[in-house]
Design a protein around this ligand. Structure first.
Ligand code: CMP
Length: 132
């Protein structure tokens, strides 16, 4: 049976031409799957006791998502600086959430909060084959 994963690289030519957004959109139009409810619940299980958990799971399964592992020295901290605070009202000027997020829930992007979480979350999306 055919597998359900593939790997893509948006290559330097496309990055240089500012085509990342356009190309990601084509991936989505081409049939990216949404997170299942089960997967979303598992991914955010540390928040299972929080009042926003059910709403968060509903939001995260409401449409396609794009997940990626990003590499950089000091990646967790630098990426969190780039995206800004969870609540866009508290996010610094120039951060992704300040510029684009509409609420604390609909905050555009996720970023791991520590190196060990980044490992778990990366494995969650990308390493299932290795666990078989
Ligand atoms: P994220 O960084 O992915 O981590 C947990 C997510 O839960 C968070 O982004 C938001 O989407 C959501 N979230 C966190 N706090 C709240 C809150 N107080 N109310 C609603 N949603 C929240």
């Amino acid at each position: 049976m055919a597998g359900n994963r593939t790997l893509t690289i948006i290559k330097p030519d496309a990055v240089e031409k500012n085509l990342i957004g356009e190309i990601l959109q084509r991936f989505i139009d081409g049939g990216f799957r949404k997170l299942t409810e089960e997967k979303a619940k598992e991914f955010y299980k540390v928040h299972a006791d929080k009042p926003f958990y059910n709403s968060l799971v509903a939001f995260m399964t409401s449409g396609p998502v794009v997940a990626a592992i990003l590499e950089k020295d000091n990646a967790v901290e630098d990426f969190r600086k780039l995206i800004g605070a969870t609540n866009p009202e508290e996010a610094e000027e120039g951060t992704i959430r300040k510029d684009y997020a509409e609420s604390i829930e609909r905050n555009c992007v996720h970023g791991s909060d520590a190196d060990d979480t980044a490992q778990r979350e990366g494995d969650f999306f990308f390493s299932e084959l290795e666990k078989l």
